[in-house]
Design a protein around this ligand. Structure first.
Ligand SMILES: [Zn+2]
Length: 333
């Protein structure tokens, strides 16, 4: 039986995986895996679960043959427990934590270990965090909890201190490009490079972006900016259209990529003089990304950035209120 993709340990995760295998004989009771989204953290975590539930393992890699390995690969292992946001939700509610903890404290079905995966940990609501703390502190013997996070800075210190924190490195640019080239053989080199840039160096996200034709939205966004420069459209009209896309926050990635290209073109290729305002604009884009998932008025936020982008083209441009924060937070002035 071949192992499913979601159990894959990627090449850039090998050092972490080898560390994991080395310390398996003295396994702890709670681990926090931290790493960037889109780099395959979930595959590594599932593989770790499999190594804990393998019945034939000698303490190294899972055998992939025994009943335990098969059941995990088929998602039917009764002692593999999962705590994640309900479908179509982004938050893990307290009720889900209670149901999870009940299962943790029930005797294992196979008489062996029980392994829980909590992903992503930053999705736990505040009350859910508190409800989980006791389970994290004193899980029953033979129980191992693996928490996964893409945003460790958003986790309370009380949670981090109860886990062994493992930071999983990003792939190097070469590792990411090699992997992406194999995953998307139909894509040419410039598209692979752009996909990685737009996706912050995360190869699995870049693959999804190519597969879902994210480049079509990017091309649309570029032609929208041209139309705006020529006054053929209003910012409100364009932002309305962007918000109808399945991932409107991509506009922020595209603006960010634009600033990178302007700054690199000036600093490394002397294509044009460096404009310090690009740094201010870039900072605003990064702030907007931070605020996007909190309760902002997304239309206002995108309009503010787009107006700012248009304004920077005019001579004597001075960064506007938008770059001082309030509009970027989606608040009307
Ligand atoms: Zn096995």
């Amino acid at each position: 039986m071949s192992e499913p993709d979601w159990l894959t340990v990627h090449p850039w995760q090998q050092p972490t995986w080898q560390n994991w295998q080395r310390q398996l004989p003295q396994v702890g009771h709670a681990y926090l895996l931290a790493g960037q989204a889109g780099t395959g953290l979930s595959g590594l975590a599932h593989r770790m679960m499999q190594s804990l539930l393998c019945q034939a393992s000698d303490g190294s890699a899972p055998c992939e043959q025994c009943a335990g390995c098969h059941a995990l690969a088929q998602q039917t292992h009764p002692d593999a427990l999962f705590l994640q946001p309900p479908e179509d939700k982004t938050v893990i509610p307290i009720d889900a934590v209670r149901a999870f903890s009940d299962k943790v404290y029930t005797t294992s079905h196979q008489g062996g270990r029980k392994v829980g995966l909590i992903a992503p940990a930053e999705a736990l609501s505040e009350s859910a965090f508190n409800a989980l703390l006791k389970t994290l502190e004193e899980p029953p013997p033979g129980t191992i909890l693996i928490l996964l996070t893409h945003a460790p800075s958003r986790l309370p210190a009380t949670l981090i201190s109860r886990c062994r924190l493992w930071t999983v490195p990003m792939p190097t640019r070469k590792e990411a490009l090699d992997w992406l080239g194999q995953a998307c053989p139909q894509a040419d080199d410039p598209l692979l490079k752009k996909a990685l840039l737009v996706n912050w160096g995360a190869p699995l996200e870049a693959q999804r972006w190519i597969d879902e034709k994210g480049f079509e939205f990017e091309a649309q966004w570029q032609s929208d900016l041209k139309a705006l420069q020529q006054n053929q459209q209003t910012v409100t009209q364009r932002v309305e259209a962007w918000l109808k896309q399945s991932e409107p926050q991509r506009v922020l990635d595209y603006f960010y990529l634009w600033t990178l290209q302007r700054i690199r073109g000036a600093c490394y290729q002397q294509k044009w003089p460096l404009d310090p305002n690009w740094f201010a604009f870039q900072k605003a884009v990064l702030q907007a990304r931070e605020y996007w998932h909190s309760n902002v008025n997304q239309a206002l936020l995108l309009e503010a950035l787009t107006h700012e982008w248009l304004a920077h083209l005019t001579p004597g441009y001075v960064p506007h209120e938008a770059l001082k924060g309030r509009l970027i937070r989606g608040q009307a002035i």
